[in-house]
Design a protein around this ligand. Structure first.
Ligand code: NI
Length: 178
């Protein structure tokens, strides 16, 4: 296993539409997924898409930590997971603002509008079909990572740029220190 270099905003690999994975069980894909999980944990982050490690392929890894999930039926904690060749469907018109960061935009975060409920489907490295209907933080992470596969960064989703800034300043402001 290996910690992979992460592409930062401005690199063209983050702006292209990624290609489907022809064989999700191929040894090089298993190795990539294992390395991406290790890289995500090391960063640390809650999601990492293949283009962020310079592989323009339709796959991402993610997790929902216990302290981020709402613990309602659609948003339970989930350990390291992979979705290969995912499909995403937004349910309903409800959108909610929530804070997001991205390992390709280090040190910053923004409040990004996302669908509250989604349905998704993909496969893992063993060819098992993964299909879920989720909400809350789980839905947010999957929408963020899925966007990477189409060359979309969270900055392109922003509707209020006053809710975009450096983590240190936003945290100080939230604590009433600014
Ligand atoms: Ni990201």
């Amino acid at each position: 296993m290996a910690i992979l270099k992460i592409a930062r905003m401005g690199h063209p690999v983050l702006l292209r539409e990624c290609d489907p994975v022809p064989d999700p069980g191929a040894p090089e894909i298993r190795r990539l997924v294992a390395d991406m999980m290790e890289t995500m944990e090391d960063a640390p982050g809650v999601g990492l898409a293949a283009p962020q490690v310079f592989q323009p392929l339709r796959l991402f890894v993610f997790r929902v930590p216990g302290d981020r999930s709402a613990n309602d039926p659609g948003d339970t904690p989930i350990g390291n997971s992979v979705l290969i060749n995912p499909e995403l469907e937004l349910i309903g018109d409800e959108r909610v603002l929530g804070w997001e960061g991205c390992l390709s935009i280090p040190g910053m975060r923004a409040a990004v509008p996302r669908a509250t409920r989604i349905r998704y489907k993909g496969v893992d490295c063993d060819g098992n079909i993964v299909t879920r209907e989720v909400s809350g933080f789980h839905a947010r992470v999957v929408q963020h990572e899925y966007d990477h596969l189409d060359g979309v960064l969270y900055t392109m989703r922003l509707t209020d740029f006053s809710l975009f800034g450096f983590n240190e300043e936003l945290t100080r402001a939230a604590e009433g220190k600014l």
